[in-house]
Design a binder for this molecule. Structure first.
Ligand SMILES: Cc1cc2nc3c(=O)[nH]c(=O)nc-3n(C[C@H](O)[C@H](O)[C@H](O)COP(=O)(O)OP(=O)(O)OC[C@H]3O[C@@H](n4cnc5c(N)ncnc54)[C@H](O)[C@@H]3O)c2cc1C
Length: 585
């Protein structure tokens, strides 16, 4: 699966992106094999960090109690997550544990986020009072500063929204097949892709405000409003909604193809790459809902990804982007406190993170963020980009499966954090913003997700190659019994049916001998049948000929006795008793 896109190079420094001649991940300055090699080197450390440190193994998020802001009851569309749950058909025929409803549920312990007062009361060592398990270093898990600020690509909690979310274990809830599918998923993916409609308002000349279809709804809706507050796009949307009231608020207007630019392409690639990663995981850890067996589903991979090299290239693109962010962030984490109440765990976690980021820093440049947001439209485009990203994050509240929502939200936050690191300051600046705990956890786990996906895709590719080689060699060596043998045919005048079969069979055997050959089941069957036929013929013919042969022997022996009797030289015996030779058959 190669991306054949042209190479991107930094105009100011053409050597920044040393690109291999083939398989370029365009926009990201790296080749597939560079990224695969890098992934192999970094993967063990990344897995260790995300699985074996308390800091990175737990994530806090508001999974419940948030409304999906994109479908609402007024328009006959449900804003409740449960309405979006759509699963496979005929699920009632399979055991409950294999049904989507069950597979999508969160597993493992959960702990509510304690407010500042509770944290003070409980002390720094046990802010969660053992709710995640006694051996969990809680000071590594709890978020102290939990406000979202202006620079965020993430979604701040709406004011008035209840609670600050729960801590859940990422290790206990692997991202894998859940059976979540159908209209609900289509609607969500559609809405996410529609956020890619960068509008004219992102460009200096065209921002005229329209009226909003939203009543006052709080920050989430207001944010959405600001995205929609763009003359041409807004009017078109309102027009479209008058004609079809069930259409989601965020919708295609036809203006999307205008103003194609690098930033828009990057936005699309991030979303599509995330989609690829989700699909890869669900195909790699797939449940056969009728047998209950987990394992890779090659057909799932072929249907969703193998036929679409562009989707796979977007995954590589995301790897380059997120790894660049992690690398850039590395030095600023040297003094970061991962666990305030547990110095031993703190230094172990720090050492692991430093080992990973400095190793990644030794690699050649893989992503050149200085290309983005640099033209005249730069700053406003950046704003638009950010708002759209926040909307993608909100759309995740419409995902009707808890586990999918967990990973969907985490990954959106992870990409958001990566974009923040890469673009918050001057693109060329090595300064990086200070990230919150949640953002760090999301960033590293998102990288780990992409890393697993790359590995799974390589495995899948190898499986497809084996399958194709086998099919090729079967084609090459495929020696079928001739049609005349297996199908009804005209008997050639002058030849018995048995002779025809024999001729064809002999040819078949000759063909076999001249080739490096492994018979298939049907060929073996025909070969055995031919043998039975010839053995039967041999035996019956032997019985029929027996009296005649005995008579011939008797005559021959009598003539030899007569020759001896009258004094003539005795003729040599012309017959002998032989063991049957199997090769004759
Ligand atoms: C946020 C989110 C998280 C999810 N997490 C899980 C999960 O953890 N486990 C699970 O089993 N299911 C999960 N799902 C459901 C899963 O993603 C699919 O939607 C579902 O399996 C149905 O697949 P589908 O074949 O209809 O195509 P979908 O994957 O739903 O794709 C819909 C359409 O998008 C386009 N498309 C597909 N892939 C790409 C791509 N990479 N780039 C661009 N366009 C693309 C295609 O036109 C496709 O027809 C999740 C869904 C969402 C929205």
């Amino acid at each position: 699966a190669d991306s054949k896109g042209p190479s991107k190079s930094n105009p100011s420094n053409p050597d920044v992106c040393a690109i291999s001649p083939k398989a370029i991940v365009s926009d990201a300055c790296a080749s597939y094999s560079t990224l695969d090699n890098l992934n192999q080197e970094l993967r063990p450390a990344l897995l260790d960090i995300t699985r074996n440190t308390d800091f990175f193994a737990y994530y806090r998020l508001n999974l419940f109690g948030k409304e999906c802001p994109f479908w609402n009851d007024e328009n006959g569309m449900c804003g409740n997550i449960a309405c979006a749950v759509n699963t496979l058909d005929n699920e009632e025929d399979i055991p409950t544990i294999w049904r989507a409803e069950e597979l999508g549920k969160l597993e493992g312990p959960k702990a509510g986020h304690p407010g500042k007062k509770l944290q003070e009361q409980r002390g720094p060592k046990k802010p969660l009072q053992g709710m995640l398990g006694e051996d969990v270093g809680e000071s590594c898990v709890v978020e102290y500063d939990d406000e979202c600020d202006e620079r965020d690509y993430c979604v701040p909690d709406d004011e008035g929204s209840s609670g600050k979310g729960d801590y859940v274990s990422l290790v206990d809830n692997p991202e894998r097949f859940t059976g979540y599918a159908g209209e609900g998923t289509k609607q969500v993916w559609d809405a996410i892709y529609r956020e890619n409609c960068f509008s004219k308002a992102s460009f200096p000349k065209s921002a005229s405000l329209g009226t909003s279809p939203f009543p006052n709804k709080g920050p989430a809706a207001n944010e959405l409003q600001s995205v929609l507050r763009e003359g041409s796009r807004q009017q078109l949307l309102e027009e479209q909604q008058r004609h079809s009231p069930n259409m989601p608020f965020v919708s295609e207007t036809g203006l999307e193809n205008e103003d194609e630019c690098l930033e828009k392409r990057v936005f699309y690639r991030v979303v599509s790459g995330m989609h690829t990663s989700i699909s890869t995981h669900l195909c790699w850890e797939h449940l056969n809902q009728t047998t209950g067996e987990w394992g890779p589903n090659l057909q799932c991979y072929k249907d969703r990804l193998h036929k679409f090299p562009e989707r796979v290239s977007n995954l590589y693109f995301n790897y380059a982007l997120v790894l660049r962010a992690v690398t850039k962030l590395g030095p600023s984490l040297k003094d970061y406190t991962f666990c305030s109440g547990d110095p031993a765990q703190d230094s172990i976690t720090k050492a692991k993170v430093q080992a990973l980021t400095s190793h990644a820093g030794e690699a050649p440049p893989i992503f050149d963020e200085s290309l983005m947001f640099v033209n005249g439209e730069g700053p406003s485009l950046k704003e638009d980009f950010k708002t759209r990203f926040r909307n993608v994050s909100r759309i995740m509240d419409c995902v009707g499966c808890d586990k999918c929502r967990l990973w969907g939200k985490l990954q959106t936050a992870g990409y958001g954090a990566a974009l923040k690191v890469l673009f918050e300051f001057d693109n060329n600046s090595e300064d990086v913003p200070v990230l919150k705990r949640t953002e760090l956890v999301a960033l590293f786990n998102t990288l780990a997700r992409i890393s697993s996906s790359l590995e799974a895709i390589n495995e899948f590719r190898a499986m497809v190659e084996v399958e194709e080689t086998e099919a090729e060699s079967m084609d090459h060596h495929h020696l079928k019994m001739p049609d005349r043998v297996t199908k009804p045919h005209h008997v050639i005048p002058g030849k018995e049916f048995s002779e025809v079969v024999e001729d064809d069979y002999e040819q078949f055997e000759k063909d076999k001998e001249t080739q490096d050959y492994e018979p298939s089941l049907s060929e073996e069957f025909w070969s055995e049948l031919g043998l039975v036929y010839r053995v039967t013929k041999y035996v019956i013919w032997g019985w029929i000929r027996f009296p005649l042969t005995m008579w011939e022997i008797l005559v021959l022996e009598a003539s030899r006795v007569w020759e001896y009797y009258i004094g003539l030289p005795v003729s040599p015996r012309k017959w002998e008793i032989k063991r049957p030779n199997l090769d004759e058959l």
